[in-house]
Design a protein around this ligand. Structure first.
Ligand SMILES: Cc1cc2nc3c(=O)[nH]c(=O)nc-3n(C[C@H](O)[C@H](O)[C@H](O)COP(=O)(O)OP(=O)(O)OC[C@H]3O[C@@H](n4cnc5c(N)ncnc54)[C@H](O)[C@@H]3O)c2cc1C
Length: 454
């Protein structure tokens, strides 16, 4: 365990935190309880939805305490792009190579199921979080990106186990340009996706859990260590005292090494960047985009992602060509109190006008730019399940948690309640001893980082 992997003080402020109120610093009780049935470390999407399914699904009232190192939902979930976009085809060849046709399909089908699951959750709980069911358009901007897209798309279409194929629309030439509003694309793919205000989603669920089910939320309370006691229980030490529990859940994503040193180099903190851009033009209404976007500049990791807001503004993340070639800017980096060199100019310098022809007559500027820490894993997939008796993990969402966390949390909650193994998630997501023992690390290779510059 190492404090070097804990979240830092004074994070940059994200657009999603612009409406944060006193709840951000909520402590349900003035002192930390000494005991709990379950302790969840982390108040992001993973910790919160695990608590939700656990407390709602339990036949008897459960005493659950959640520890959060900083303000509520101040990690990746409060700083992301708000884009719920399943990866249905773009990694088909590499996933098939690693996990076979069925294993690859399990991942695509699982991610696709998140669209309906999220809609169901938001409707069932009547959560006001600007959720929009939409279509994502992947825009490819180089011959290599086009080629990778088409090869993977065709492989997906041939996979007999993938069930959502009819949702995808392949667009080429003029159709690609019109649908994407980009002059420069020859190949685009559209499919169902979602967008939302993630902080509102999470804080609404947390408030319900506190009011209805008695969740004890303790913000600004970092877990400094998690140790096994002689009776098999777990002691979590914080600067405000210790808490003892039978079951502890590490929902700590990029920061997991702060509470379990086995995850150093397995879940690596990767610093990323996002911004909110507004448009203005005295004579015209704002150019509202009708889709969300994945913008792929090359066939490796140079790309951006974008969602639109009802006022015509957009949230954009990426700027990867200013990040990934420079290891010191992003790798093993938990510092979201500063931005990343080169990225502000990237988003300020007519970012939208260069990419979308409907924005050409508009002035625009980012009013929020922030950084955030993604939890990339050594094999690109999350770790979910029981890793020691009574110690569970749901972490390492590899910068792609929105279409992966919810149903992992539902499955983990069931495993926590029954004591059985986690089921109902792709086998490749399970935190098996084999994965834990592996010393491979494919992160830099996957990012296309030129090793000469490391
Ligand atoms: C800039 C950025 C843009 C992104 N954009 C997208 C996107 O558009 N779509 C998408 O699918 N994914 C996106 N992601 C990834 C996505 O946000 C994550 O996969 C997802 O939010 C993970 O949720 P989580 O709960 O696991 O992690 P987090 O939200 O990071 O939650 C972990 C929490 O644990 C707390 N914590 C950690 N260690 C401790 C400790 N020792 N003690 C107490 N508390 C602790 C942290 O403070 C944090 O609040 C983005 C991420 C970033 C950073």
């Amino acid at each position: 365990m190492s404090s070097k992997f804990l979240p830092v003080d004074n994070p940059t402020k994200s657009f999603w935190h612009s409406r944060a109120d006193q709840f951000a610093k909520h402590r349900t009780t003035p002192t930390l309880p000494a005991h709990a049935d379950v302790v969840i470390i982390g108040s992001g999407y993973a910790g919160t939805t695990t608590a939700y399914y656990l407390m709602k699904g339990s036949s008897t009232p459960l005493n659950v305490t959640m520890l959060e190192a900083r303000d509520v939902c101040s990690g990746a979930t409060g700083r992301n792009g708000g884009h719920l976009k399943p990866d249905l085809y773009y990694n088909t060849l590499s996933f098939t190579d690693k996990y076979g046709e069925k294993g690859c399909a399990d991942i695509a089908n699982f991610e696709y199921a998140h669209i309906a699951a999220m809609k169901e959750l938001i409707e069932a709980e009547q959560i006001d979080c600007d959720f929009v069911l939409t279509r994502a358009v992947d825009v490819h901007l180089s011959p290599e990106a086009n080629e990778r897209c088409l090869r993977n798309y065709q492989a997906m279409m041939k996979n007999p186990y993938i069930t959502c194929k009819s949702d995808l629309q392949l667009l080429t030439g003029e159709q690609a340009k019109v649908t994407s509003k980009s002059e420069d694309t020859e190949v685009a793919v559209s499919y169902t996706a979602g967008q939302m205000w993630p902080y509102k989603l999470i804080t609404t669920i947390l408030k319900r859990l506190i009011d209805k089910y008695g969740l004890n939320l303790q913000t600004n309370t970092p877990a400094l260590s998690v140790s096994k006691l002689s009776d098999g229980k777990w002691e979590i030490v914080t600067p405000r005292g210790s808490i003892v529990t039978s079951k502890v859940v590490l929902a700590t994503n990029a920061y997991t090494a702060s509470v379990d040193s086995r995850f150093i180099d397995k879940i690596v903190p990767i610093k990323g960047i996002c911004c909110h851009i507004t448009a203005s033009n005295k004579s015209e209404r704002t150019p509202h985009l009708s889709n969300t976007y994945g913008i792929r500049n090359d066939h490796l990791a140079d790309g951006d992602y974008l969602i639109n807001r009802p006022d015509g503004s957009v949230v954009v993340g990426g700027a990867k060509k200013h990040i990934f070639p420079f290891k010191e800017r992003f790798y093993n980096n938990v510092d979201d109190s500063s931005l990343i060199d080169g990225t502000s100019d990237y988003f300020t310098d007519d970012y939208m006008q260069k990419r979308f022809y409907t924005w050409k007559n508009f002035e625009s500027k980012p009013d929020y730019i922030w950084s955030g820490i993604l939890g990339y894993t050594d094999d690109s997939l999350p770790y979910v399940g029981e890793i020691e008796p009574g110690k569970y993990i749901i972490a390492g969402f590899h910068g792609h948690g929105m279409p992966r966390v919810l149903l992992c949390a539902k499955a983990l909650a069931l495993a926590l309640e029954t004591g059985a193994e986690v089921e109902g998630i792709p086998d490749s997501f399970k935190a098996t001893p084999k994965r834990l023992a592996s010393t491979q690390n494919t992160i830099l290779k996957a990012l296309g980082t030129p090793t000469a510059k490391l």
